[in-house]
Design a protein around this ligand. Structure first.
Ligand SMILES: [Zn+2]
Length: 131
């Protein structure tokens, strides 16, 4: 499992990869979009929280939150809210940032070594439940 630092770096990449095309957007909105990218890149690992509350941090980790389908839906939901507030940034750029940042998480986890059960991530959940 990559550390949050690696996921955050992927979120920064998700922000920067679309940065070149719109240099004149407001600074506050740029910072909000960068923060959103960092948040989305780490969002799937919030599945640790119910496990912490139960006393077993890994109990719910690497569940459906690490699926590409859930990532795609989550990206579209956050894009919808972000495009409402970020009026100075193009919608295409916001969508690209949301997609790259959130979908990078299960892909990074897929290619990393996992030392605890269940091994891997359910990348194609709900179509395939295999880890
Ligand atoms: Zn993860």
């Amino acid at each position: 499992m990559p550390l949050p630092i690696a996921h955050s770096a992927a979120g920064i990449d998700g922000y920067l990869v679309f940065k070149k095309r719109n240099l004149d957007s407001p600074l506050k909105q740029e910072l909000f979009l960068l923060g959103l990218c960092l948040f989305l890149a780490n969002l799937p690992d919030l599945d640790f929280i119910p496990g912490f509350l139960c006393g077993e941090p890994g109990r719910f980790h690497h569940g459906p939150s690490h699926s590409l389908v859930v990532g795609l839906l989550g990206s579209l939901i956050f894009y919808r809210f972000a495009s409402y507030w970020l009026t100075g940034i193009s919608r295409k750029r916001i969508l690209g940032c949301c997609l790259v940042s959130l979908l990078s998480h299960p892909i990074l986890d897929y290619f990393s070594a996992d030392t605890s059960k269940p091994f891997g991530v359910p990348l194609f959940w709900p179509f395939d439940t295999e880890y």
